[in-house]
Design a protein around this ligand. Structure first.
Ligand code: ZN
Length: 54
């Protein structure tokens, strides 16, 4: 049984005042990933689950 990895983006460093297009789906998002790239949390979670099968 593998559960999807959930990211913890409650920290303010993952929130930006200005919405930018998500790097995965292109929709506007206030959230930033660890590299400060605009990204929805769910999109980043999906991507990280794709990249690191565990
Ligand atoms: Zn997205």
């Amino acid at each position: 049984m593998s559960e999807p990895r959930l990211l913890d983006w409650r920290d303010r460093s993952h929130w930006a005042a200005k919405p930018l297009p998500c790097q995965y789906c292109g929709g506007p998002t206030h959230l930033r990933d660890n590299q400060r790239h605009p990204s929805h949390k769910v999109c980043a979670e999906q991507a990280s689950n794709d990249r690191t099968p565990e």
